[in-house]
Design a protein around this ligand. Structure first.
Ligand SMILES: [Zn+2]
Ligand SMILES: [Zn+2]
Length: 150
């Protein structure tokens, strides 16, 4: 799902966002990644191509992209926000061990609805289900360390 520069230009223009090479690089990196990076991860990656970029520029750009609804913030209640440029309807598998976040597509989850009473006055726009647990790699690591003890 790698966007070419021209497409990014169109997306930005449609949302009234000024296109700078740094912004383009940040968005392109997010679109290309599926691992929901933190702002720090994004900064470290984009810095390789743009050594002069500041952390502030990265934070500012992320909030501009978020405001334009080109990306979303994946809030896990952890101290570091994670970002997602996948704006398709999807859900998440979250590893409590290594904090990996994977995309999950499930039509039945997409259809979840709650009554207006339960919505408690909220005008709902969307929902995302998060399944938390331990990924296969973390489970392997756990069973290995158990073997050592036992
Ligand atoms: Zn894990
Ligand atoms: Zn996602």
């Amino acid at each position: 799902m790698r966007l070419i520069k021209q497409e990014i230009k169109v997306q930005f223009k449609a949302r009234g966002l000024k296109l700078t090479p740094q912004r383009c690089a940040i968005y392109e990196m997010l679109v290309a990644s599926t691992d929901h990076p933190t702002a720090e991860d994004i900064y470290q990656t984009v810095k390789r191509a743009y050594p002069m970029i500041s952390q502030n520029t990265v934070y500012y750009t992320l909030s501009a992209l978020k405001g334009a609804r080109l990306i979303s913030e994946v809030n896990l209640g952890h101290e570091h926000a994670r970002f997602d440029a996948n704006m398709e309807r999807h859900h998440h598998l979250v590893c409590l061990g290594c904090h990996k976040i994977e995309d999950l597509y499930d039509h039945a989850l997409d259809q979840l609805k709650i009554s207006a009473r339960r919505a408690n006055g909220y005008l709902l726009e969307s929902h995302r289900v998060e399944f938390r647990g331990y990924c296969s790699r973390c489970r392997q690591r756990q069973s290995r360390s158990k073997q050592k003890v036992g």
